[in-house]
Design a protein around this ligand. Sequence first.
Ligand code: FMN
Length: 477
Amino acid sequence: MATLATTTAPAPAPAVVPRVPIPVKGVDYRNKIVLAPMVRSGELPSRLLALKYGADLVWGPETIDRSMIGAERRVNPRNGTIEFTRMPSNGGRPNKPVKESVIYRINPAREKGRLIFQLGTANPRLAVAAARVVADDVSGIDVNSGCPKPFSTSGGMGAALLRTPDLLVFILETLVKEVGEPYQIGISVKIRILSKPEETEALVSRLVKTGITGLTVHCRTTPMRPREAAIRDQLPMIVRICHDAGVACVMNGDVTSRDQGLALMEEYGVDGAMIATSAETNSSCFRTKEDGGLAPWREVVYEYLCFCIESENRLGNTKYLLNMLIPGKDKEFKDTKLSKTYLDICRGLKFDDLLPAAARLDQLLGLDDKWEVAPHVTYLPTPSGLHTPTQSEPDTTPQSEPKSKAVQNAMESETARAAGGGAVRTKTPLPTVHGGGPIRRSSAPQPAKVTQVDAEQPAVEAPILAAETEAPSQVTA
Ligand SMILES: Cc1cc2nc3c(=O)[nH]c(=O)nc-3n(C[C@H](O)[C@H](O)[C@H](O)COP(=O)(O)O)c2cc1C
């Protein structure tokens, strides 16, 4: 006869999926389709473009630890952007004029809660010092452990760290303790697969115990070329190890769209998917088919130029991505390549409504002496350094919009820093070209209900165009 105890025995508890806690100012990588870190292609305007089309999170381009250390933080009063700047060395030439360079830009209004800063490092002490410079302005710090370029690996950084797991573990543990915990943001790592699955297994098993909240795996080995198809057969094993430790696992390699990313997440049980090269050629890949799918290139280029002008992006970098976004056979491609100013680019593309803003930016950047034909109106300087037209003409740039809380906070903390004390609200208008909200309407599936428990390019991946490199700090990974 069955006893009361056996008849009323509770059903076995549902399997508890452990999860490392996500710090208060951090972000959970689960159920996210994200923009990959990309030197040159991952500057502020491209990140804003990806967010506009529905990317859930964006990684900034790898930035080397030493270049961030000592960088000055300031808020650009014209657009509310946070800029990290430093004076480059003048190569020992005392008469050479030195111009400060902007190493990193953040748009606090649009990137708040969605930006991950990627570090190139091989030294825990330098990693911490560099991460502290940006920790207040980002949601996470990611360590690049996948860049195969000799200039990165020769310094022990990038993919070299895959071969020095003790060092990589030490860097991550130190960042977790000295940056993640005090600043309440997540620390994560981006790796490549190793050729032998058991080696990948041994490495990942160690990494997930460091206190990281996320691990991205680029499903190519270090010697593989970018054109070689990603290898996904190690993914289930990597996912299992991450999940056993409560760490989010993001897959990368040949993910071409949001829709495909969501399907791959389902197929492999990964928590998120990261897109690089497909976003370089058309960032609207972050938009689902249901919400319109891939947008025509002219629309994407228009949106991109709006963000470039608003962000005061360096022309060389703007042209670099335009060359990716504009199909090579179009006449506009040739014209854009030859243009030396924002005005001429917008004229060539017939974006007439952007001309006043483009002209003002050219003046601000000192490019107006390169105009093919000067505009038929004169732009007068405003107190902020931007210019206003003297006659009525469509004027798209920098129309002020109410400052968001994030921008206000950024500007207040900037003012406070400068003053060495209490925050003062500045009245400088925030220029914006257009709204930055995602176009996507549908969203990623809701995360499964879980219980939180404490748990604890090979040869060539991307072209290096040294002459046009935005900042020496950033390397192509
Ligand atoms: C132009 C370019 C720059 C890149 N820069 C970085 C970088 O800074 N950090 C990094 O971890 N990976 C970098 N990568 C690698 C990508 O993040 C990604 O891992 C790789 O392109 C594979 O993704 P995909 O198949 O979607 O292109 C870069 C790739 C490209 C094409």
